[in-house]
Design a protein around this ligand. Structure first.
Ligand code: GUN
Length: 295
């Protein structure tokens, strides 16, 4: 079998188009466009690239982007003061504080300061709790993007065995909650899991989010399973060059799976598209407007 390639780039483009339409309707209804504030502390090159692309994507969707760049030496109190000002700013519908933060700042304290109604990353404990009990929540962008790809590929997920490899608060745990919400039988595997290949072999759906290049091998995959690869790992490619690979050994896994996301071009493009989606959803909810269908 050769797997279907799940084209996250194309799906993300479609979603961004729908978000742009929703942003235009929001403007027609309210007289302003949805606004996303992105806060970057320090000059980590990868974070800088992410923040720039988030701002650009916002503008392309006809939304307002407010970028705040603070020095590496910023204190936790000053960062929280900025978050509180953004909480109070009526033009701001979404707040994203780019992680990781410098070591003098406690991520948890900063996330706790974000108004849950503006928490478009879905990292606040109120949103994590709402997701866990099945209430309307802002949901972390990467796992929600993975779920969209899975539902697009499979339709109803109910009763499927899903294995999520990785237990981070950003991807693994919310991914497991989302799959449980779709009535999957969910296993969360992690670095202490025994007999990981055997656990993965039971899965109809595999979501790999561990950050280890090509760790998941073809002989771990049940024939016909759908594989979602969240990993983005840069590895040596010889002659001083590097290339990006996922957490799954793609070429061999594609011979066994029924569908698989490539790296790059799979899950990666979904994250920003869902961030824009979450911003429009947050904007409408905050103003008490009806939710948009199709987002
Ligand atoms: N750093 C890496 N991924 C993310 C993300 O999804 N949100 C935030 N805020 N920071 C990140």
């Amino acid at each position: 079998m050769t797997a279907a390639v799940i084209d996250g780039k194309a799906f993300a483009q479609g979603l961004r188009g729908r978000v742009a339409e929703a942003a235009a309707r929001f403007e027609a209804e309210t007289g302003r466009t949805p606004g996303l504030a992105v806060v970057l502390v320090g000059e980590d090159p990868a974070s800088s690239v992410y923040v720039r692309s988030k701002g650009k994507a916002c503008l392309e969707a006809g939304m307002e982007s407010l970028e705040h760049r603070l020095p590496e030496t910023t204190s936790q109190a000053d960062l929280i003061a900025l978050v509180e000002a953004l909480n109070a700013d009526p033009k701001v519908d979404g707040i994203l504080v780019q992680l990781p933060l410098p070591k003098q700042i406690d991520d948890k304290a900063v996330i706790a300061a974000i108004d849950p109604a503006k928490d478009v990353d879905g990292f606040h404990v109120v949103n994590a709790g709402r997701l866990a009990v099945g209430e309307d929540a802002l949901v972390p962008c990467t796992p929600l993007g993975c779920l969209m790809l899975l539902k697009d590929q499979l339709g109803d997920l109910s009763g499927k065995n899903a294995v999520v490899i990785g237990r981070s608060n950003i991807v693994g745990k919310p991914m497991a909650q989302l799959l449980l919400g779709e009535s999957c039988t969910v296993t969360i595997a992690h670095s202490r899991t025994q007999d990981l290949p055997d656990v993965v072999r039971r899965a109809d759906i595999v979501v790999a989010a561990v950050g280890r290049p090509e760790m998941v091998k073809a002989n771990w995959i049940k024939p016909g399973a759908v594989v979602i690869d969240v990993g983005i790992n840069r590895v040596e490619a010889g002659e001083g060059k590097t290339r990006l690979v996922g957490d799954v050994a793609y070429d061999e896994a594609a011979e066994i799976a029924s569908a698989i996301t490539p790296v790059p071009g799979g899950v990666g493009p979904m994250t920003i598209a869902v961030l824009l989606r979450n911003t429009v959803v947050a904007a409408r909810a905050r103003l008490g407007l009806a939710a948009e269908a199709g987002l």
